[in-house]
Design a protein around this ligand. Structure first.
Ligand code: F6P
Length: 356
């Protein structure tokens, strides 16, 4: 009997169910009734507390286009597991794995999740992972599942802002998720045809931003839209040490960077500014057709690795091929937008400002 455990960890996104379906369908095709699947509840917590449901092939039917995760998820911060106090939890995860006699643990998650998965792999567990996140910031894969779906939502938000911005001759800021990476903001900004894109990778100068907005007004353009990454930073902030930056942000009187930018624009001009923060809406709902295909490809490949007993890998999209990448190469690295990205170049060439 082949015994496989599944868990989804960290923030959810579109495509989690589609991906698990891809893994499970391939495994059931291969092993038939000789397969037992355990679905751990709420991420690593389920593995720590030995909480799971036994899943049959039926549980993976009808979930291709279902948002969220049928297993539930949670965040168990890696830094808490690495110290002495965290080790009992790692021990408990290993105990559950051994108690159930698992052959492999299938982990769907983002950066933090991959650090923990690598730790478990180093502790001797058989692990195969799949790259999930709307942020697209996992090293080793060209694209994560969830990104394309979230991009559709973020672009729709910007599209809808266009009509109301035009009617009122206003400046609109759309704050886009993405944590410390600007992928989602860059792509949504270009897809939505905005005038200004502010990314964590390109610190902005607020005076430059205002100059762009004023120039548009002088050119009789009635409105402007800015796509601002939730992790955007100013040029002054970029010069700070990590500690200084943390303190500055703790003392910031705004809940979100977009509100600060809105106030800064208003203080330097008589432009009327509004802020829209779609937030978790970007992660909700069904996966796009592209993500369903990507999820299925990644899932089927993960099952292939398991069948071939090739453990300690993340399945990734590289040059439009699905390939295994060693987990220890992925863990602890962040994939941010390279400054020489062709998308940035194209955006600049058509006159989009990055506020620098
Ligand atoms: O990593 C996905 C993400 O949606 C980020 O874009 C965002 O910064 C974060 O998760 C939000 O986390 P939470 O769901 O815990 O509020």
């Amino acid at each position: 009997m082949k015994k496989i455990g599944f868990l989804t960890s960290g923030g959810d996104c579109q495509g989690l169910n589609a991906t698990m379906r891809g893994v499970a369908k391939h495994l059931f095709e291969h092993y038939g009734s000789d397969l037992k699947v355990y679905g751990f509840k709420d991420g690593y917590k389920g593995l720590i507390n030995n909480e799971y449901d036994v899943l049959t092939s039926r549980d993976f039917s009808g979930i291709l286009n279902l948002g969220g995760t049928i297993l539930g998820t949670s965040r168990v911060p890696f830094k808490e597991l690495k110290n002495e106090e965290g080790m009992p939890r790692v021990k408990k995860m290993k105990e559950t794995y051994n108690l159930l006699g698992l052959d492999c643990l299938v982990v769907l998650g983002g950066n933090g999740t991959h650090k923990t998965a690598n730790l478990l792999s180093e502790e001797g567990l058989n692990v195969v992972t799949l790259p999930k996140t709307i942020d697209n910031d996992i090293w080793g894969t060209d694209m994560t599942f969830g990104f394309h779906s979230a991009l559709g939502v973020a672009t729709d938000v910007i599209d809808r802002l266009h009509s109301t911005a035009t009617s009122h001759s206003r400046i609109f800021i759309a704050e886009i998720m993405g944590h410390k990476a600007g992928w989602l903001t860059l792509y949504a900004g270009v897809a939505g045809g905005v005038e200004v894109i502010l990314l964590p990778e390109i610190p902005y100068n607020i005076d430059k931003v205002v100059e762009v907005l004023e120039a548009r007004r002088r050119a009789q353009k009635k409105f402007s839209i800015l796509a601002v990454a939730e992790g955007a930073i100013s040029q002054e902030e970029a010069k700070m040490s990590k500690k200084e930056f943390r303190q500055a942000r703790e003392n910031m009187k705004y809940s979100n960077i977009s509100y600060r930018i809105a106030d800064e624009i208003a203080a330097r001009s008589d432009l009327e500014v509004r802020v829209t923060i779609p937030g978790h809406v970007q992660r909700g709902g069904e996966p796009s057709a592209y993500d369903r295909v990507l999820s299925t490809r990644l899932g089927a490949k993960a099952a292939e690795l398991i069948i071939n007993k090739k453990y300690g890998y993340m399945v990734a999209l590289k040059d439009n091929k699905i390939v295994p990448v060693p987990l220890d190469e992925v863990a602890g690295k962040l994939k941010t937008v390279p400054l020489d990205s062709e998308v940035i170049t194209a955006a600049r060439e058509i006159g989009i400002s990055f506020g620098d």
